[in-house]
Design a protein around this ligand. Structure first.
Ligand code: FAD
Ligand code: SF4
Length: 493
């Protein structure tokens, strides 16, 4: 008999429990080690305790200081599924040597195993997301007719980059699924309050009603509501931002997916079925499938493919510490409407969608030269869906270009014009997205030119950056803009 030890991100039925019982561990040290967002702590504890309650007598839920202590108290060997971080993998290997862990099974949390990815990546010079995504579509038979993509194209990105509807405060789409809290949530809230009062925890961000699914039943309800009511609107405004609509038509499934409550293949199967049934347009469905079995699985595999030192890369030599107001999500002194709203969203919910993450928060950090490792830690602890595996490629690679282009072919930096086109922020902002010099100069527009100037030598070999680098020479006021941004550097904008 060998009990199955399940980590807190392995809670769905595809992580099989077998007949020999389950071990779940609430490690106080893991919760307290970093300043996690209060709502992230709530979601993880609530998910663990709900799973323990569902499994009843077959599960042992241990509350100990460390994982090792729990295994010691259990006093019998366990088997595990591959964990999702280098730190947890090292722990599991150590426990395997000590014969506490009997076996490590491949994780069913992703559609493609690490061995299969390694075989696919082979000797490729670059592992491009677009190639991986096509491989996934064909392999999983998603939106394909034989070898060809449904609708004649692999990507509908062009249709999926519309600005928000003109004059609208919100998207005209039904609200997302909202879970109902129960006694377990009340107990979690009491525990977190007490531990914080007693000084065991120092969470960041505000407490608030639980917004994301933490049980299998809730996750299926959230998936169903998204596919039947919101998927059709997902595509066109995928990249748009509205001050009055934090969720837009996004799925809000990253939390249940990352807790292991949903199998990614069942998620994309539901979406493609909606297309086959004529209930959702191809562009939206393709856009969503691309996120789940494209981007999500790609960053998972890159985490292992690039190795444990990838997180420390700093190709643009960005060395500035995160200023206190940014670090602590304090927005009182922040006038820049886009940044104010993104930081407020993180403080109030631990979640903003991918464009505020990439083109507001990440863009800001890149322009100001925040240290990429510190920024990765910030994203990982401040977001409810943050985990080591998902953060490194998204932050170090995609958002900060700190890997020198190993992942993305060019840095995701832009001036205020992009934010102005894709949102309703600039109208009410005290800055002007068209201005780069003066009191009302948009910090993103001015910051963009200062970023190019600072990194010109490091980006010179990148052919996709040749034009913007060239364009900066046409600015008569470049020197003044750079000096202005140096002066404004640490203060909240
Ligand atoms: C700087 C930065 C940091 C990010 N940090 C995280 C993170 O900590 N955890 C996380 O799950 N996602 C992260 N993402 C990806 C993406 O922003 C979130 O997955 C998404 O916003 C979650 O909201 P949703 O479930 O409504 O997603 P939707 O927009 O509805 O997309 C559907 C699903 O696709 C998956 N997905 C899409 N893009 C990515 C991606 N780049 N990486 C991984 N999964 C993706 C998610 O599972 C998501 O639930 C990050 C992106 C950036 C640019
Ligand atoms: S003007 Fe600049 S700072 Fe203000 S909302 Fe627009 S992009 Fe953001």
């Amino acid at each position: 008999m060998t009990r199955r030890w399940l980590f807190a991100d392995q809670l769905g039925p595809h992580f099989e429990v077998g007949a020999d019982g389950v071990l779940l561990v609430e490690s106080r040290r893991a919760l307290a080690r970093r300043p996690f967002h209060r709502q992230k702590l709530h979601l993880v504890l609530s998910a663990l305790r709900h799973r323990a309650a569902e499994l009843g007598d077959s599960a042992v839920l241990m509350r100990t200081d460390t994982y090792t202590e729990a295994l010691h108290e259990l006093g019998e060997p366990v088997r595990v599924y591959e964990p999702t971080s280098y730190a947890a993998e090292r722990l599991v290997r150590r426990l395997q040597v000590a014969a506490v862990v009997e076996d490590v099974d491949p994780t069913p949390g992703f559609s493609l195993s690490r061995e299969e990815f390694a075989a696919w990546a082979g000797e490729r010079r670059r592992v491009r997301m677009e190639d991986f995504y096509r491989f996934q579509r064909l392999r999983l038979d998603l939106l394909v007719e034989g070898e060809r993509p449904a609708g004649g194209r692999w990507s509908f990105d062009e249709e999926n980059r519309e600005p928000p509807p003109r004059g609208a405060d919100r998207l005209d789409v039904p609200a997302p699924y909202r879970p109902r809290e129960d006694d377990i949530d009340a107990e979690v809230r009491d525990d977190l309050d007490r531990w914080t009062r007693e000084g065991h925890l120092s969470p960041i961000g505000e407490d608030g009603p639980r917004l994301f699914a933490v049980t299998r039943r809730e996750a299926l309800a959230a998936l169903d509501r998204f596919v039947t009511k919101r998927l059709g609107a997902f595509g066109p405004h995928e990249d748009a931002m509205l001050h009055g609509d934090w969720a837009m038509a996004h799925s809000l499934l990253s939390v249940p997916l990352n807790l292991g409550l949903l199998d990614p293949v069942e998620v994309v199967d539901r979406a493609t079925q909606a297309y086959r049934d004529g209930d959702a347009p191809l562009a939206s469905v393709e856009g969503f499938v691309r996120q789940v079995i494209g981007w999500r699985e790609y960053v998972w595999h890159l985490y292992w493919h690039f190795g444990p030192t990838y997180r420390r890369r700093n190709a643009l030599a960005a060395r500035r510490s995160l200023p206190d107001w940014f670090d602590r999500l304090e927005t009182d002194g922040v006038d820049a409407a886009c940044l104010h709203d993104a930081l407020t969203g993180v403080r109030e919910r631990g979640w903003v969608h991918h464009i505020p993450r990439l083109m507001v928060l990440g863009n800001w950090a890149a322009q100001r030269g925040y240290h990429p490792d510190a920024l990765t830690e910030w994203f990982q602890t401040r977001f409810v869906d943050g985990y080591d595996w998902v953060m490194t490629a998204n932050v170090v690679g995609m958002s900060q270009h700190a890997d020198g282009g190993a992942m993305a072919t060019k840095p995701y930096v832009s001036g205020g014009a992009y934010i102005d086109r894709m949102s309703d922020y600039c109208g009410d902002c005290r800055y002007d997205p068209k201005k780069r010099l003066g009191d009302d100069a948009c910090p993103f527009t001015a910051g963009y030119w200062a970023y190019l100037d600072r990194n010109a030598a490091r980006l010179e070999g990148n052919h996709r950056m040749a034009r913007p680098l060239q364009q900066r020479h046409r600015l008569a006021d470049l020197e003044a803009v750079v000096a202005q941004e140096r002066r404004r550097a640490a203060a909240p904008p």
